[in-house]
Design a protein around this ligand. Structure first.
Ligand code: PEP
Length: 248
């Protein structure tokens, strides 16, 4: 059974205009063979242009969310098929900003994962506890429930990643200790193996939450950390490359 292939994915969130693609081009130009897989997930408005600009480079393109349905009367929404058609190969699902801001449940996230698989996209499924849940000693329980509820059985044998993103670490500059990260990542791995058997050892488990060039080396070399989902530090090529280089 293969070891997880490390993945560093940048989540641009609602940031980026056409001019921002120069940052993506600079990242692509600096990637070296033997490094991790690297992707950027820009807003839906930029996916097609990013895919064209990055074609033939090692930098992959993903979406930040999708609707579960393939098409229909859902004004303002984007389907997995549309993301794939625009050139995306991956999609972030269940980000805490979607779970908290749009009331996305585990069941809804699972239905979006099915949509991603239907469209041939590789889902990056986000889980993570709030500060209150961590303080109450419930981090492992919360994350295990999210993994169980957000990952449909159809993922068996498919390419996907799980991102552990403690809600309180996103965009705050705070990070859990390395021991705390490892504890959660090992628990996620155990959950994946009990659910998917040997295939549960294949998906990389990314850490996300205030990853920067200064902490990337320690976090990315911790046990069961198979890469990172990076928000703020993925917007500037220099910062994102500083993180990528920790695994290059
Ligand atoms: C994120 O939003 O997925 C994230 C990890 O953000 P940041 O790196 O800015 O904390």
């Amino acid at each position: 059974m293969t070891n997880p292939t490390p993945l560093i994915a940048g989540n641009w969130k609602m940031n980026g205009l056409a001019a921002s693609l120069s940052e993506a081009r600079a990242v692509a130009a600096a990637l070296t063979p033997g490094g991790p897989r690297v992707a950027i997930c820009p807003p839906a408005t930029l996916i097609s242009r990013a895919a064209e600009a990055l074609a033939g480079t090692g930098l992959e393109v993903g979406g930040e969310d999708c609707r579960a349905e393939a098409s229909g009367a859902f004004t303002g929404d984007v389907s997995a098929e549309m993301l794939a058609d625009a050139g995306a190969r991956l999609v972030i699902l269940g980000h805490s900003e979607r779970r908290a801001g749009y009331g996305e449940s585990d069941a809804l996230v699972a239905s979006k994962v099915l949509a991603a698989l239907r469209a041939g996209l590789e889902p990056i499924i986000c889980v993570g506890e709030t500060l209150e849940e961590r303080r109450a000693g419930k981090a492992l329980e919360v994350v295990a429930a999210q993994v169980a509820g957000s990952l449909p059985s159809d993922l068996a044998g498919k390419a996907f990643a799980v991102a552990y993103e403690p809600v309180w670490a996103i965009g705050t500059g705070l990070t859990p200790s390395t021991d705390e990260i490892v504890e959660v990542h090992r628990a996620i791995r155990a959950g994946l193996v009990s659910r998917f058997g040997d295939h549960g050892r294949v998906p990389p488990i990314l850490y996300g939450g205030s990853v920067k060039p200064t902490n990337a080396d320690e976090i990315l070399h911790a046990d069961e950390v198979g890469g990172a989902l990076v928000g703020g530090a993925s917007l500037k090529a220099e910062d994102f490359l500083g993180i990528i280089r920790a695994l290059a």
